[in-house]
Design a protein around this ligand. Structure first.
Ligand code: ITT
Length: 183
């Protein structure tokens, strides 16, 4: 089965297509930058994007929105993760967290449209923000995020290691369970 994934982000595409291939699905990259609304939750942002694209794309497709929620900053940057990455970046986050607890959670919400309607699948990965940026792989906040139970940041991991239990792959697992149930 072939699945259309809309994203402008090549790293997201690599992680997801690698996972889907392992599970016997093909992934087609619909490479497109779309406007994201500003809202309080990753669910709302993800669903608004699905709604905005539904008349532009034929057939079933999915997209995903991801946010990094830092506990001691009351969930910031959360749904503002994209803007915060472009403005203050990882160095800005490390400065904000000086002397603060460093617990954080990545949340991905996959939104999928098929003949039956619209569906959302959520995945979380709990962890912490490192003391300094480490590693060269991955993208975005990967150099400062250490998943619980690991010593390496995501950026020090291979794609296979990151995919082992990432927020994105957990959301995809729930998405695939839905696809398998309905077929
Ligand atoms: P889309 O076209 O799919 O929307 P995007 O890069 O705009 O791609 P998001 O809005 O979902 O994606 O991402 C919000 C921010 O969080 C952005 O700065 C990403 O670099 C970052 N991010 C998303 N997933 C991440 C991950 O797995 N590891 C590190 N940073 C991530």
């Amino acid at each position: 089965m072939k699945l259309d994934f809309v994203t402008s982000n090549s790293h997201k595409y690599e992680e997801i297509s690698h996972y889907l291939q392992e599970k016997g699905y093909q992934c087609r990259w619909v490479r497109m930058k779309y406007e994201e609304i500003q809202a309080d939750t990753t669910e709302e942002v993800s669903m608004a994007s699905l709604n905005a694209l539904e008349n532009l794309i034929d057939g079933p497709f999915f997209l995903e929105d991801t946010g990094l929620y830092i506990k001691s900053l009351n969930g910031f940057p959360g749904p503002y993760s994209s803007y915060v990455m472009k403005s203050i970046g990882n160095e800005g986050i490390l400065k904000l967290l000086e002397g603060m607890p460093r617990d954080a959670t990545f949340i991905t919400v996959v939104s999928f449209r098929d003949q039956k309607g619209k569906h959302q699948f959520r995945g979380e990965c709990k962890g912490g923000i490192s003391m300094e940026m480490r590693g060269k792989s991955g993208f975005g906040y990967d150099p400062i995020f250490i998943p619980d139970g690991e010593k390496k940041t995501y950026a020090e991991m291979t794609l296979e290691e990151k995919n082992r239990n990432s927020h994105r792959i957990r959301a995809m697992e729930s998405f695939l369970s839905y696809l398998q149930e309905k077929s």
